[in-house]
Design a protein around this ligand. Sequence first.
Ligand code: NAD
Length: 236
Amino acid sequence: MAEPRRVALVTGGARGIGQGIARRLTADGWHVVTADKAAAGDPADAMRHVRTDISDEAAVRALVNGIRKEEGRLDGLVCNAGIMVRKPLRQLELADWSRVIATNLTSTYLLVRAAEDLLRAAKGAVVTMASTRARQSEPDTESYAASKGGLVALTHALAISLGPDVRVNVVSPGWINVEDSEPSARDHAQHPAGRVGRPEDIAALTAWLLGPESGFVTGAEFVSDGGMTRKMIYEE
Ligand SMILES: NC(=O)c1ccc[n+]([C@@H]2O[C@H](COP(=O)([O-])OP(=O)(O)OC[C@H]3O[C@@H](n4cnc5c(N)ncnc54)[C@H](O)[C@@H]3O)[C@@H](O)[C@H]2O)c1
């Protein structure tokens, strides 16, 4: 008998990295549910799109209950949706800070909590999306850096609480080009890997982390940044 189709939920799946992940999982044979504030980026047969706000507790509960009803299972959860606010500290309102923490960090807690029973039943896997900015910063990025550092910690806490049923890992991308324009030759060349990242780079890693070949990997952080955080930069 054929294996039942695995079901994945990808937040922020309407564009950028999330869209790349949704496309890759669909190509790998998953049934993908994308959840985003925006309209669907990629209406494919193997995808269902839900327009929702993953920072809202009731909306997350409704999203997961919809999967319980429509798909009846959840094997993979990719907590990818995120936002960035760049403002000098003295202009960073508490509302800005709270919105970034709610969207990038609290949403992951809400999603995993709501989906715990489905994920345990499927012996599933979770991938969270942090950033190299969890560990290094440009000026004026306090709320984003704090949210991503929180995600790295939340991920290992979840891995310990949900094991051995569910594996939970975090991906920390460096610069991934999600714009239509091409980065400059200099932007590419400054990376030890010789180029800026693409959504496909993060999608391939995520697909592996959701799949059976990463069965001995949980609570781990995977940096995919073309080597930028390993490069010493002292100006001459
Ligand atoms: N692109 C990069 O260089 C980079 C680097 C490191 C980490 N990341 C992280 O990767 C993830 C995806 O980044 P991206 O560059 O593809 O971003 P993006 O802005 O291109 O796409 C993010 C998607 O998330 C959705 N979204 C935002 N808030 C939401 C909410 N409350 N509810 C539902 N959907 C919401 C947006 O509508 C959008 O479709 C983010 O968590 C980001 O922090 C990106």
